[in-house]
Design a protein. Structure first.
Length: 396
């Protein structure tokens, strides 16, 4: 009997051993191999850019690895992945291709893109995708600008997409175009050269613009510049014009309503620092005090903030509070903040509220309706008020 039991145990052990040694087979091992097709929605490059599309006849549970071949233009001029992976489960991929004309020889070219090798798929057609491009001794021009500085001077910068063999002379036009919420600055109050020359072999040219506000009616203005004449060896790029902002008198400019500037956590207000201004101040007023879409109200609120900051005692306390944190809080800027409450004037800061000269926890202060218009207001290093501001509705 013992011998029979021993034999049975041995047989079962052998069977288990054989089962353990059996290789596991993927349930997708026998799925059909797809075909892969290469195409392009365009036949020519636009501003040196185009796309090609890879598409499988059906998805599979494996990555499809594709190796490309590109001919018809210098290899170094092509920005395109020569190897690409269609991830398992994906069907269609659009791949951008760009040409750096500085690295290509001149002339009409046909950029031919084909699939040289593929893994886990079959190529539907060996015919290449052909995209045409004409490489000329012509550059595209993009325009950018600085803001007007304290001397009312700005710099327009004209950047070429590539170097060309001859000077590029651009005719500059001030077109007196009104903006959506700004009037065109009077043309007679702007001084600038009407052309800028970028020497052969260079890519950048600059132009100074000087503004004069004397005699201009108070308001919000823009100065819109375009290239009126590109000459024979340049053409418009993706940013062919630029609008500069000018304010005559104090004209608040909303730059953001993004709540990243105001974060409330565990009774503390955080203010993210974006390095636009030398100093910030959060000025808050109850929602009943005014409409934040009314620029006259915003202007008055910012002036009230300025008046508080200009008070010597307040300014000293504010700057001391700021400086007390040193450089250890680079991610945040700490501010006191004049704040009307239901029964007193308070100064909400980070992380406390200052009431009548002493500090209290934020949660200890009785707030009326708990909702406030708050403006993140910037000041220069000399504590002069700047017109740009950010707005957020603070709710506790």
């Amino acid at each position: 009997m013992k011998q029979t039991i021993f034999k049975l145990v041995a047989v079962l052990a052998l069977a288990g051993s054989l089962a353990a040694c059996k290789k596991e087979v993927s349930p997708y091992a026998d799925e059909a191999v797809p075909t892969v097709t290469l195409s392009s929605p365009v036949s020519t490059f636009t501003l040196d850019k185009a796309n090609v599309v890879l598409e499988l006849s059906h998805f599979i549970h494996k990555d499809v690895n594709v190796t490309f071949e590109v001919t018809g233009i210098e290899a170094e001029a092509v920005d395109f992945p020569m190897e690409y992976v269609i991830e398992a489960g994906a069907l269609k991929k659009t791949i951008p291709i760009a040409i750096d004309e500085e690295l290509a020889s001149l002339g009409d070219k046909t950029v031919a893109i084909s699939i040289a090798k593929v893994e886990n798929a079959v190529v539907a057609s060996s015919a290449p995708v052909n995209i045409g491009i004409n490489i000329e001794d012509v550059a595209m021009v993009n325009v950018s600008a600085t803001e007007f500085d304290e001397n009312l001077e700005a710099t327009l910068t004209f950047t070429l997409s590539k170097k060309v063999s001859k000077d590029v002379t651009l005719g500059i036009v001030y077109d007196t175009k009104d903006g959506s919420d700004r009037l065109a600055f009077p043309a007679g109050k702007l001084t600038f050269d009407e052309s800028v020359t970028i020497p052969a072999g260079s890519k950048v040219g600059t132009l100074k613009v000087k503004a004069d506000k004397v005699g201009v009616e108070e308001g919000a203005y823009q100065a819109h510049f375009t290239v009126g004449n590109y000459g024979p060896n340049a053409k418009a790029g993706t940013t062919p014009d630029v609008a500069l902002i000018l304010n005559v008198g104090f004209q608040p400019t909303l730059v953001s309503t993004n709540d990243i500037y105001f974060q409330y956590s565990s009774g503390w207000w955080y203010v993210n620092y974006d390095k636009i201004h030398d100093y910030y101040f959060i000025w808050s007023e109850p929602v009943a005090d005014g409409d934040p879409s009314d620029m006259n109200y915003v202007k008055a609120a910012m002036k009230r903030c300025q008046a508080w900051v200009k008070d010597p005692a307040n300014q000293s306390a504010w700057l001391s509070y700021w400086a007390s944190y040193g450089s250890g809080y680079a991610a945040y800027v700490m501010n006191s903040c004049p704040q009307k409450t239901a029964d007193k004037i308070g100064y909400v800061g980070w992380p406390m509220i200052m009431i009548s000269g002493h500090m209290e926890d934020l949660d200890e202060v009785k707030y009326g309706n708990h909702t406030y218009h708050s403006f993140l207001i910037g000041f220069t290093a000399d504590c002069e008020l700047l017109e740009t501001y950010q707005y957020y509705l603070l709710e506790k």
